[in-house]
Design a protein around this ligand. Structure first.
Ligand code: HEC
Length: 119
């Protein structure tokens, strides 16, 4: 009886960790494509906020390489991507991108500009 419980526990944990990984992980390669199509014109090829359209904006795009952006959590960045930033040209991408594409683009940003956990 105990053996069955242990096997069941191992199976359940294995499956939930796979499911969890799929939920929270994006594919940075796919995210690069999304970024180039939807974000680069403002945030720039280097993610520094100097994209070709940034010159025309009164509220300049965030420099995603700055310490300020890097010290934000995945969740905070995802909320900005999904809901937009109030009173700025950063509109929300919910509905325009799928949840997976938003996770992918977040992964791409994190791969180019790793989180800053020093503060
Ligand atoms: C029309 C220009 C524009 C486009 C297109 C755009 N952004 Fe932005 N983004 C901005 C501006 C402006 C801000 C706000 C800067 C501020 O708050 O001062 C911003 C803020 C953000 C932030 C919040 C950064 C922080 O530190 O809080 C993230 C993350 C972000 N953008 C990601 C993206 C992603 C990913 C895409 C493409 C899916 C995208 N943006 C497309 C202009 C743009």
């Amino acid at each position: 009886m105990n053996k069955i419980l242990v096997v069941a526990f191992v199976l359940v944990s294995a499956f939930t960790s796979v499911a969890f990984a799929q939920v929270i992980r994006g594919d940075s390669k796919a995210g690069q494509g999304v970024y180039e199509q939807q974000c680069l014109r403002c945030h720039g090829a280097k993610l520094d906020g100097n994209g070709p359209d940034s010159q025309d904006l009164i509220v300049r795009p965030a420099n995603l390489r700055s310490q300020l952006s890097r010290s934000k959590t995945d969740w905070e960045l995802l909320v900005a991507i999904s809901n937009g930033v109030l009173f700025s040209p950063m509109h929300g991408f919910r509905g325009k991108l799928t949840d997976q594409q938003m996770l992918d683009v977040l992964s791409y940003i994190r791969s180019m500009s790793p989180p800053d956990i020093s503060s």
